[in-house]
Design a binder for this molecule. Structure first.
Ligand code: FEO
Ligand code: CA
Ligand code: CA
Ligand code: CA
Length: 606
């Protein structure tokens, strides 16, 4: 007698097959609805969205463009009332404006200002519908837009640094705006951390800086040379590095937003270092301090950890929020080194497992700076925080395959990182493979799992292994945690990660290299089904799957850049979600299970 094994709680659904449909596809028995789309009202009194008649003043009150991170913060124990915080990473100008209104070589000032207003974050209040399922936005005093015009307070050891002073801000403590906010994290105290990622691309003329030290710093962050794609430097000199050489140093930080207080001043936390932060997620250490994990998403960049000096106060009161936020201003910043346990000769670049049958090993956190003390030869602490990449270069940190989202698993305490891909791994003049990044020309990415020594986020030692080596399970260069590869969904280019209440990992993808649309996938990380990847949904043509949030009752995803095509063509390849010939609109989607008696059921349960 061989009873059918019970599905792992939270993952009992029929996988969505890979597809190229211009829709959000969900498993049988599930329903979906758009929660909010680009242009919808956020701030009370926001005007209705008119694609052909958009204004900067309207956009500054409406939901911004290219939603990425989604944070859901319940306001009651059952999660019926929630704050919803969403990042607006970047703008796709050829889709932001009607083709007959937008000349990429000569944008108008109003168009540039619309783009500034379409960046940043949105804070909304949203209600879970207990009868019909899904999440809906409710008009609320919490509604808030943060844009490239919102003033941020710079805090931590580099606040007031000479490297942060500009003609508009001689104090180096007040930065206008945030941009390229990619992934993020909800803190235990109910605020949101958000990573400023590809900030470099909006700047012009870094090549005009002649001082060799300053020029090398700009180059290490790939700050833009010549005219910028968006031509913002024509309308505000801060985007022109030749005129404002320190302005790029005011981006590339982790920012913190307090959605509970619509009048709060958002913060840039310099103690967490400056790089192309993908996200920032918190784990409390064994002795009650705050650790924050963050990746630098570019090829051959590093994984970082910050550990606070002071201790966390549980709670979400205004007092607790203020106390805990201040913890991020003083502590130790580390960078990760990952060492394999198999002979280097067995890591042959093909993805073939070494003879111990696992890509695994140990690692250590190398301190870069603590408070005003630097641990890096030739760098002051101030330089470590502002030019973190160069400091990390000095200490033989491990060059990773584009670290995207990193998040601690609330059930097993391990940390999971998405390494999205790295086409240059092993190329001429570039770093070769190592056990933590074991494939040359890594097209499909992998998932790294580590356990801090004694499970303590303050430890400086850890052990690690690869949970997934992504791609087509029919090919020999993939690994699904040792699970039967004939039973898994193909997965490519993992980007954002999340956990459900059971500790299953959920992975959203960006840039599927297997020819199908991107999607959201679940995978158990323990037990006999460890590595059993199943696709839960797919997104429309040209879109990236972001967010995600998985609760007992809801899955939320951000559908970013639907219809974006490699040619940057003004003709979008998608008309989602409005259909017909409509312009595609980046949107948040809620998915729920259709349960008994017409009431919503639980995600991933039969
Ligand atoms: Fe904005 Fe690293 O993705
Ligand atoms: Ca090994
Ligand atoms: Ca991302
Ligand atoms: Ca990405």
């Amino acid at each position: 007698h061989d009873p059918k094994p019970r599905p792992v709680p939270g993952t009992a659904f029929d996988a969505v097959p890979p597809n190229k449909l211009d829709q959000v596809s969900v498993p049988d028995g599930y329903a979906q609805r758009v929660v909010v789309r680009w242009g919808d009202p956020v701030v009370q009194g926001a005007p209705r969205f008119h694609f052909t008649k958009q204004t900067a003043a309207a956009q500054a009150k409406q939901f911004g463009y290219n939603n990425d991170f989604v944070g859901l913060i319940p306001q009651d124990p059952l999660g019926f009332s929630n704050l919803l915080v969403v990042n607006h990473e970047y703008t796709t100008e050829v889709h932001l404006f009607p083709a007959d209104q937008y000349d990429p070589a000569n944008p108008t000032e109003e168009q540039v200002k619309i783009a500034w207003a379409a960046h940043g974050l949105s804070v909304l209040q949203a209600r879970r519908d207990p009868v019909h399922g899904g999440l809906e936005v409710v008009p609320s005093r919490f509604g808030r837009r943060i844009t490239l015009d919102t003033v941020f307070e710079v805090r931590g050891p580099a606040a007031g640094s000479k490297y942060l002073k500009t003609s508009a801000d001689p104090t180096g403590r007040k930065v206008r705006g945030t941009q390229n906010n990619c992934s993020g994290g909800v803190t235990p105290w109910g605020t949101v951390l958000s990573g400023e990622e590809n900030f470099h691309q909006y700047f012009a003329n870094a090549d005009k800086v002649t001082d060799p030290v300053a020029a090398a710093r700009l180059k290490r962050y790939a700050v833009g040379t010549g005219a910028s794609t968006r031509k913002w430097e024509r309308f505000d000199k801060r985007w022109d590095v030749a005129q404002e050489p320190q302005e790029p140093n005011r981006f590339g930080w982790v920012v913190e937003i307090d959605p509970n207080d619509p009048n709060s001043t958002p913060v840039k936390h310099t103690a967490l270092g400056r790089f192309k932060h993908e996200a920032a997620n918190v784990k409390i250490t064994a002795d009650g301090r705050v650790a924050v994990y963050s990746g630098d998403d570019e090829r051959f960049e590093y994984i970082y950890k910050f550990v606070s000096k002071g201790k966390y106060k549980p709670g979400k009161s205004a007092h607790a929020r203020r106390h805990n936020s201040a913890l991020l201003d003083e502590g130790t910043l580390y960078v990760g080194r990952f060492t394999g346990d198999s002979p280097a000769a067995e890591i042959d670049g093909t993805g073939k497992l070494p003879s111990d049958n696992e890509f695994d090993g140990t690692g250590e956190w190398i301190p870069l700076a603590a408070g005003n003390k630097s641990f890096v030869d030739g760098f002051t602490a101030e330089e470590v925080y502002v030019f973190t990449r160069q400091a990390a270069d000095k200490v033989a940190a491990t060059k990773m395959d584009r670290p995207e989202d990193i998040e601690p698993n609330p059930v097993n305490g391990r940390i999971y990182a998405a390494l999205t891909n790295n086409s240059d791994r092993g190329a001429a003049g570039k770093a070769g493979v190592d056990e933590a990044n074991p494939r040359v020309a890594n097209k499909n990415g992998h998932i790294l799992e580590w356990e801090e020594h004694r499970g303590d986020a303050a430890s400086t030692k850890f052990s690690w292994r690869l949970l997934l080596v992504c791609g087509d399970p029919a090919t020999a260069d993939t690994y699904f945690g040792g699970f039967d590869k004939t039973k898994v969904s193909p997965i490519s280019c993992p980007d954002n990660v999340a956990f459900d209440r059971h500790g299953n990992l959920w992975i959203s993808t960006d840039g599927n290299a297997l020819g199908a649309n991107d999607g959201l996938f679940s995978v158990p990380v323990t037990g006999p089904e460890r590595g059993h990847v199943k696709q839960f949904l797919s997104v429309p043509v040209g879109a990236e799957t972001c967010g995600p949030v998985v609760t007992d009752h809801l899955v939320l995803v951000a559908v970013q850049h639907p219809g974006e095509n490699a040619a940057s063509s003004a003709t979008p390849t998608s008309h989602w979600p409005d259909g017909g010939t409509a312009q595609p609109r980046p949107s948040i989607v809620s998915v729920w299970k259709k349960g008994r008696f017409g009431l919503p059921g639980r995600i991933g349960e039969r």
